[in-house]
Design a protein around this ligand. Structure first.
Ligand code: ADP
Ligand code: MG
Length: 299
């Protein structure tokens, strides 16, 4: 009998707690037609609502969500005299999903972590030798707000000045505009394509680079020279993008005139016409911009 008494007392206390909860009070005040019996019958739902975090008010982050279903926030409704408890995605969950979706917008092959975390805000604009490059980058971002421009930038300059960093920072900025970038390190690009000759994936890969919103080829000229790669792979990707008006970004230690000489010399001899054709396409899909300055690797 005593146990039963305790139970009664507990029950009354819990019920009072529930009914005094400010949000539940407010909810019930909207439905004066609910009788005591209705409330009594649905007390367990009100109890569940009371103990859950509502739109993240009791959680610091998605990872520390206290709710029964992580990332879902409870909602109370009345339908046909019945109290219903349902769940909707919370703010933290929606933010987290957006972040994950945006992360997928930067596809990269063989890029160091620091480059993938680069941000335009961290680019040091005090060095006047970088002014032109920074101006061009900002111009591209501004233009992108009203549609993807058809020309990217060909950044050339010495080793270590931050050319690759610029690409990473741009890719991260573009993802805020929901524009996806594919960032590839040229020497690995050549290796990757050669190794996919063995399976059927090569056409699929070429297609991917042809159609990516923004293609970024890092360190062109540093790859092993092969006329097959130059003409069949690079040539066909650039040709497609030129025709479709899709921008390409490059970084290189060579300016375009130097790159032309470099692309001409392969094992098959000096092929100036074929190299000239590639340079012509590069000019169509990008604008040549120099990026000089201090070697940041020494700092
Ligand atoms: P490059 O491609 O011209 O050879 P990188 O972009 O690789 O040069 O830059 C050289 C080093 O300096 C890298 O470690 C890079 O992360 C760092 N770096 C370049 N620019 C910045 C910057 N604005 N802020 C911080 N680190 C930078
Ligand atoms: Mg680089």
């Amino acid at each position: 009998m005593e146990n039963n008494g305790n139970f009664q007392e507990n029950y009354i206390k819990i019920k009072q707690d529930i009914l005094q909860d400010p949000e539940i009070k407010e909810f019930l005040s909207l439905y004066p037609e609910l009788t005591d019996a209705d409330i009594e019958k649905n007390l367990i739902k009100l109890y569940e609502f009371k103990n859950q975090s509502k739109q993240c008010n009791a959680c610091k982050s998605f990872g520390t969500c206290i709710n029964m279903i992580q990332g879902y926030s409870p909602i109370l409704e009345v339908n046909g005299g019945e109290i219903h408890l349902s769940y909707e995605k919370c703010h933290n969950r929606i933010d987290e999903e957006n972040k994950r979706r945006q992360q997928k917008l930067v596809q990269s092959l063989y890029m160091p972590k620091e480059i993938l975390e680069a941000s335009l805000g961290d680019i040091d604009s005090r060095d006047p030798q970088r002014n032109e490059a920074i101006r061009e980058l900002i111009h591209f971002v501004e233009e992108s707000k009203s549609g993807l421009p058809s020309k990217g930038i060909y950044f050339f300059g010495p080793f270590g000045v931050g050319k690759t960093y610029f690409l990473g920072a741009l890719a991260n900025k573009l993802k805020e505009l929901n524009i996806s970038s594919s960032l590839i390190y040229m020497p690995e690009f050549v290796r990757e394509m050669k190794s996919s000759l063995k399976d059927d994936s090569i056409n699929e890969k070429i297609d991917f680079f042809k159609k990516a919103d923004v293609l970024m080829l890092d360190d062109i000229g540093a790859e092993m020279q092969s006329s097959w790669f130059r003409d069949e792979i690079l040539g066909s990707i650039l040709q497609y993008r030129m025709m479709e008006g899709l921008p390409v970004f490059f970084t290189s230690n060579y300016n375009l005139a130097q790159l032309e000489d470099h692309l001409a010399s392969t094992r098959s001899g000096i092929e100036t016409v074929k190299a000239g054709r590639i340079i012509e396409r590069i000019r169509q899909v990008s604008k040549e911009v120099k990026l000089f300055g201090n070697n940041r690797r020494d700092q």
